[in-house]
Design a protein around this ligand. Structure first.
Ligand code: SF4
Ligand code: SF4
Length: 381
């Protein structure tokens, strides 16, 4: 299982470095044939300036467009971000995240087809059907172009989680609601990845995000590009260099349990640089990582008060909150009410999906751990 690992300090270098990472895997023509319609799926989680390091950088997308074009493919940039999936939302995301700049002067097109279709996943372990956006279903090939980040709900977000953005708008919230257990949700992500089966995955790790990702963390220079034909393997290597073991990232644990990848990054065939050259074990984990329910492997279904004491929850920072209501609109179980123009969370309804934290445009939805949680963790150390 091959993963290429190449240093890349700045975005202006990235075409050459991404080309090198793909050449190590056999070159772009090993993945793309002349005339292929190729969906390039970036991580445009929400409208963010590329400098915030929450989204795939436009220079990385431009480099992938160039590679696809050189192989004779027809690149299409497609994303279904958080929130509604319509023409206006796509226009806003593309302009905010720099997709227009990435495609300028190339043969790439930005997808504005907001249609989707139901698909069956006969081999799915958690879902047997779902809906997927038209451009992905109509493409000959898909390339997942992910961003190296921590994630409040899934610990880490990479090539596999990136494909959740192939599910149209509000259908994502339905899945969060239906699969309110983190492991079940991540098993669904593995089902979805296996169904879409991208031909190539590339990771923008030039600037990544640590702390309370995927949008409210802190950007951090990581200086690396990864590529692989296998998104699980790429994620195993990328998660390893930022200090996660496979059992700490539920999509990886699930892929290991299914026998799709080995349990450790050392068992992968790493091409280019070595893993040890890029280790960043001090990357800050999200607050939700320090969830005693998981760290102590306590069974689900405990008393609600004990659960609240031992896990992390979203909590609005009233000073920073501008009362836009985005958190309320995106909350899958409807656990948020706006009172006096500020969000109030119903703890009993909250499923800890952290969509509110992910989509808050002002980083005003914090991840909160109780004093008891902090104290107990200190005692355990
Ligand atoms: S999304 Fe953020 S800024 Fe908007 S109401 Fe919720 S917490 Fe406040
Ligand atoms: S309050 Fe936030 S974390 Fe809780 S269910 Fe709603 S969106 Fe998810």
């Amino acid at each position: 299982m091959k993963v290429s690992l190449v240093s890349c300090d700045t975005y202006p270098q990235c075409y050459e470095r991404i080309k090198k990472s793909v050449d190590l895997l056999g070159g772009i023509t090993a993945f793309i044939n002349k005339g292929d319609r190729v969906v390039i799926k970036p991580n445009f989680v929400s409208r963010k300036n590329p400098d915030e390091a929450a989204t795939t950088h436009p220079d990385v997308i431009r480099a992938v467009i160039r590679l696809v074009s050189e192989a004779g493919g027809e690149p299409i940039i497609a994303e279904s971000p958080g929130g509604p999936y319509n023409h206006a939302a796509l226009k806003s995301i593309y302009s905010g995240c720099g997709a227009g700049r990435a495609a300028e002067g190339t043969n790439a097109v930005l997808n504005y087809d907001t249609g989707f279709r139901k698909v069956m996943l006969p081999n799915g372990q958690t879902i047997k059907s779902t809906t997927v956006i038209n451009p992905v279903l109509d493409a000959d090939k898909v390339i997942s172009v992910a961003k190296l980040k921590t994630h409040a709900m899934t610990a880490y977000t990479g090539a596999v989680k990136n494909l959740f953005g192939c599910i149209p708008g509000t259908h994502k919230a339905e899945l969060h609601f239906r699969l309110d257990d983190r492991d079940a949700f991540c098993s669904m992500l593995v089902d979805l990845y296996e169904f879409i089966n991208p031909c190539l995955c590339i990771m923008d790790g030039v600037w990544g995000m640590e702390g309370d990702g995927p949008t409210a963390g802190v950007n951090r220079h990581m200086g690396v590009i990864l590529a692989s034909a296998n998104g699980h393997a790429l994620d195993l290597a990328a998660a390893h260099i930022i200090g996660y073991s496979s059992h700490e990232v539920p999509t990886l644990k699930n892929a290991c349990d299914r026998g799709l990848i080995p349990r450790t990054a050392q068992e992968l065939e790493i091409l280019g640089d070595s893993l040890s050259e890029h280790m960043m074990p001090d990357v800050v984990k999200p607050e939700s990582h320090f969830n005693l329910l998981r760290l102590l492997s306590l069974p689900p279904g405990l008393n609600k008060k004990i659960t609240a004491m031992l896990s992390a929850s979203p909590k609005p920072d009233i000073e920073k909150c501008v009362g836009c209501g985005e958190c309320m609109r995106c909350c899958p179980p409807g656990a948020i009410e706006m009172k006096n123009n500020k969000p109030v969370i119903n703890e009993g309804k909250c499923i800890k999906c952290f969509c509110c934290q992910e989509l808050c445009p002002k980083k005003a939805m914090k991840i909160h751990r109780s004093v008891m949680n902090r104290l107990m963790l200190k005692l355990l150390k």
